[in-house]
Write a protein that binds this ligand. Structure first.
Ligand code: ADP
Ligand code: 5GP
Length: 212
């Protein structure tokens, strides 16, 4: 029976665990597609172009926005970020889920888009601000200046927590992963995500009437 793909949006303040949980979710179900965002920020060590992000210059980014190739886009930490529309539409039509690691501005735009009915949005909160800072520092990818910038912006992100379908406090990583998998499993069963149900029920009806 066919199902419609979900747009699974993960947001949180930087360092709360989005990319870690996104990786775990895709390891659990490799059929889940990751929406590779375009960004004007420089690649971090270890990041692969086309896999983690499409690293583009500002002109190329603005052209994509102008040509309506972005499902959503935002300005974050002084750089542009956006989700290319084409791969999302292709995946949804093929009944595949698409995972987004994006901020609240992008989540809001997708929740107002024509694809809104297939959105599953999840916000991750850190157990404490001290732990959030510890995680940003332990990741070892950013300078002290960049960490300070991200910490300053974390309250802005946290303040949008109630615009999401689900909110998880990412304290124990394994426990959060289990909750996320449970949510995805349940949301795939929403009646509106299963267009094949109409035919199935029609078939049940004809069987039922044959028995009368
Ligand atoms: P984000 O993508 O939200 O910026 P990351 O997934 O990169 O955050 O996580 C930041 C750091 O915190 C990483 O080093 C990651 O391994 C660690 N981390 C993530 N979740 C937890 C957790 N529940 N407990 C402890 N450390 C965590
Ligand atoms: P980072 O630079 O740490 O990879 O990402 C910084 C912030 O930008 C994170 O909150 C991340 O979720 C957000 N982000 C990444 N890609 C996109 C995108 O395509 N759109 C929006 N709106 N935010 C994004």
């Amino acid at each position: 029976m066919t199902r419609r793909g979900l747009l699974i949006i993960l947001s949180s303040p930087s360092g709360a665990g989005k990319s870690t949980l996104a990786k775990r979710l895709r390891a659990w179900d490799p059929e889940i597609r990751f929406s590779v965002s375009a960004t004007t920020r420089a690649a971090r060590p270890g990041e692969v172009d086309g896999q983690d992000y499409h690293f583009v210059d500002e002109d190329a980014f603005k052209r994509m926005v102008h040509d309506r190739q972005m499902l959503e886009h935002a300005h974050v930490f002084g750089n542009f970020y956006g989700s290319p529309l084409g791969p999302v539409e292709a995946a949804i039509e093929a009944g595949q889920d698409v995972l987004f690691d994006i901020d609240w501005q992008g989540a809001q735009q997708i929740q107002k888009s024509p694809l809104a009915s297939s959105v599953l949005s999840v916000f991750l909160l850190p157990p404490s601000i001290i732990e959030l800072r510890r995680r940003l520092e332990s990741r070892g990818q950013d300078s002290a200046e960049v960490i300070a910038k991200r910490m300053n912006r974390s309250w802005d992100e946290i303040s949008h927590w109630d615009g999401y379908n689900y909110v998880l406090v990412n304290d124990d990583l394994d426990a959060t992963e289990e909750k996320l998998k449970t949510i995805v499993t349940a949301e795939r069963l929403r009646a509106s995500q299963q267009p094949g149900l109409v035919d199935h029920v029609r078939h049940l009806q004809s069987e039922f009437e044959g028995h009368e």
